[in-house]
Design a protein around this ligand. Structure first.
Ligand code: OGA
Ligand code: NI
Length: 370
């Protein structure tokens, strides 16, 4: 088992030396980012990316409209109850909605996407010091789900890092590109604030006090998953990310091109449209736990395309690293028996360090009566 890499004073020491990491960059294939692969000008995807037919994204898509919530309307006392009801339906039926008029300036979102693009455009050599297969590392660059152990590979390179409270983590973020910390920092702070507001709305829609867990939410964990999906020569055979739910209470996603798909309760897939300026809000497994099953984590996947490289920035929010999410006592009664045990990020990280994460589900280990 690899060691956790944050020392008490937060200085970052990687379990692997840089020389060891550099020796992992090809030619013997131990670390192969999708970006370096695509630079070789492939016309087909290597075998390990070819999915079994049941996992391929080739079925028909549902074309019903997906919900869009206008946050400014919440401030209107007469409209607020309707918007809360809209959120309740969206969370219950899909575990998903998009938000518009959320208050984050478009320039802040654009800067974050631009600096993420610049990061992935660096050579692998320049990114290698951040490469880590250890899911406990607070900053890590890798590919697919978690490279080494994956038998099946996914067409994604990623950078993940903690973000809230920002002063604990920002020094560990990439210093190349030089404006990464500033631009990503502005975005993460804005999303953290938006998340606090959304959580109040969602709690209200659950008929909880909007300030339920108020401080815990403000001091909660935020993990940024910066995802890069290079152009794929055979987008019908591969995926950027397989169907999964996020561990979070809430995830907020910013994307620069269409590609995300969500599954509804009838197991039909929907493409999430790209709406200029909007952000995507998804319920995660911890929200399923907190709501005692009223709101389920949404199953989603990242599809690929053969023309444009795609970037997405997912901000995953849950309680602080050492804390556990449990069903709200107000949501447990005779009709709604206690259905989940408590779970925290550490349980999730232990889960994904294990085998077979494409088929197994984290939420299943939290269910009391599976
Ligand atoms: C994720 C995720 C979707 C996307 O980061 O967990 O599901 O569209 N991302 O990149
Ligand atoms: Ni996800």
């Amino acid at each position: 088992m690899e060691k956790s890499s944050v020392s008490p004073n937060n200085s970052f020491t990687s379990a692997m030396t840089l020389t060891e990491k550099k020796s992992l960059v090809s030619p013997n294939n131990s670390f192969n980012s999708v970006m370096t692969l695509t630079e070789e000008g492939l016309t087909s995807v290597p075998k390990r990316y070819v999915l079994p037919p049941s996992l391929r994204p080739d079925g028909t898509l549902s074309n019903t409209c997906l919900p869009i919530v206008d946050l400014t309307l919440l401030r209107h006392p007469l409209l607020r109850p309707q918007i809360i009801q809209q959120v309740r339906l969206a969370c219950k039926e899909l575990g998903f909605f998009q938000v518009v008029n959320h208050g984050i300036p478009e320039s802040v979102m654009k800067d974050a996407l631009d600096v993420a693009t610049e990061f992935f455009a660096l050579t692998n050599e320049e990114k290698m010091h951040l490469m880590s297969p250890n899911v406990h590392d607070p900053v890590r660059y890798n590919t697919s789900l978690n490279d080494v152990k994956d038998k099946l590979s996914f067409w994604r390179d990623f950078l993940k890092h903690y973000a809230n409270p920002i002063s604990n983590w920002i020094d560990l973020w990439p210093s190349n590109p030089t404006c990464y910390k500033e631009k990503m920092g502005n975005y993460t702070k804005a999303v953290q604030k938006l998340q606090e507001e959304l959580m109040e709305v969602i709690f209200e829609s659950l008929e909880l006090n909007p300030t339920y867990l108020h401080e815990d939410i403000a001091e909660g964990s935020q993990v940024m998953a910066v995802n890069f999906y290079p152009v794929c020569p055979e987008p019908d055979l591969a995926l950027g990310l397989p169907p999964h739910t996020d561990y979070s209470l809430l995830s907020i996603i910013l994307q620069n091109h269409q590609g995300l798909q969500i599954m509804d309760r009838d197991e039909k897939w929907h493409s999430v449209p790209l709406i200029e300026g909007a952000l995507i809000v998804q319920m995660g497994d911890h929200m399923e736990v907190l709501s005692n099953g009223r709101y389920k984590g949404v199953v989603h996947r990242a599809t690929l395309n053969s023309e444009k490289k795609r970037l997405s920035i997912t901000s995953l929010h849950s309680l602080a690293l050492g804390k556990k999410v449990r069903p709200a006592p107000e949501l447990v009664d005779e009709q709604h028996i206690l259905s989940y045990k408590e779970g925290g990020i550490s349980d999730f990280l232990d889960f994904i360090s294990g085998e077979n994460i494409v088929e197994a589900k984290y939420i299943d280990i939290l269910k009391l009566n599976p």
